[in-house]
Design a binder for this molecule. Structure first.
Ligand code: AKG
Ligand code: FE2
Length: 335
């Protein structure tokens, strides 16, 4: 009982990032089977089975050439305009309640902008990113254990000069199954595709990842003490993964990571984060309510399903997000 109260205080955050500000000793690292491999770099033409094999081994993988130069350039043009309309820091996450422990400043970054509602903010996002072949092939391969997948939220994270590192965290920890599923069967249910639209470097805040952290046995950690600061790894264990614009870092839900400090004077680092979740979970953004039908009707079948304009399958239990009547959602929507 105490444990669940503490957990809800620590982790019930309604928008990313998912963090704990828990202080205290941590022992999780001692239970890690540290990997000696390098993080893999594969290509968008690499078969999805191969990408996912590497992703599972390391908890993350880099996919090169995920976006073409012209897609990157279109995205940046759209985002230049949209980012100019918001201010850095917490205002970029207008509806997120204050994070526990007064962590807003570090989590949101005093010079970091986070922009949501990308379906409406960027035609390039809507037309290109959500229909990216590699994103879909890899997602289908990852989620085949549990059913269909859909988009939870997409955000542009622009870390500006002077912004400090975020607290370390695992993205899936914002969903309760993370804490309750035990360690025996741990299917991925929330993964994060981070698309670079600028080069990310050690200087400008390339994402830092703790190698082997996807193997933490959370059931043991929680059993010991739910308030452990088990994400407080020493800086030496956090490896920054640099990306060229157009590359993508795919993070598993359990791997511990953070957006890093931007030590430059004038470089704005951009990563477009797309969180993809199991059909058994509810997306953060209500895409079918945010995107007008007249625009949605133009999307591919695959993209419609990804956004919730179609029914989704689960491997155990009924399909979800349905209209049970003849013709289903497609019939009702008229597209
Ligand atoms: O900006 C980054 O590099 C990572 C951001 C992140 O971890 C998050 O938003 O959950
Ligand atoms: Fe994250």
């Amino acid at each position: 009982m105490i444990m669940s109260t503490r957990l809800s205080q620590l982790f019930r955050i309604t928008a990313r990032p998912r963090v704990t500000q828990a202080k205290g000793k941590h022992t999780a690292i001692s239970s890690l089977a540290m990997s000696s491999r390098h993080f893999s770099r594969l290509n968008r033409t690499t078969p999805a089975t191969e990408v996912v094999k590497n992703f599972k081994a390391d908890g993350c993988v880099v996919i090169e050439s995920m976006l073409t130069p012209s897609q990157v350039s279109r995205l940046n043009t759209d985002l230049d305009a949209a980012l100019a309309t918001i201010t850095a820091g917490k205002p970029a996450n207008a509806n997120t309640p204050p994070l526990p422990g007064g962590a807003d400043a570090t989590v949101f970054g005093h010079n970091t902008k986070r922009l949501g509602n990308l379906l409406n903010a960027s035609a390039a996002f809507r037309e290109e990113v959500i229909d990216n072949d590699s994103l879909h092939d890899v997602s289908a391969e990852i989620f085949k254990e549990t059913g269909d997948y859909w988009l939870s939220t997409a955000q542009m994270i622009e870390i500006g000069p002077g912004s400090k590192a975020q607290p370390l965290h695992a993205d899936a920890s914002g969903w309760w199954p993370f804490w309750s599923m035990g360690d025996k069967w741990t299917p991925e249910f929330a993964v994060n595709f981070l698309f670079a639209t600028t080069d990310t470097t050690k200087m400008n805040g390339a994402t830092g990842v703790v190698r082997g952290s996807h193997r933490i046995k959370y059931s043991e950690v929680i059993h010991d003490d739910a308030t452990f600061g088990f994400w407080q790894f020493p800086d030496e264990e956090v490896e920054q993964i640099e990306l060229k614009a157009g590359e993508c870092l795919l993070l598993g839900g359990r791997v511990v990571h953070r957006g890093e400090e931007n030590k430059t004077d004038d470089d704005f680092r951009r990563l477009l984060s797309c969180t993809v979740i199991s059909s058994a979970l509810t997306p953060e953004e209500a895409h079918p309510l945010l995107l007008k039908g007249e625009i949605a009707r133009e999307l591919s079948e695959r993209a419609k399903k990804f956004l919730g304009f179609r029914e989704l399958a689960t491997v155990i239990g009924p399909d979800v997000w349905q209209d049970h009547r003849q013709g289903g959602l497609k019939g009702r929507l008229g597209f």
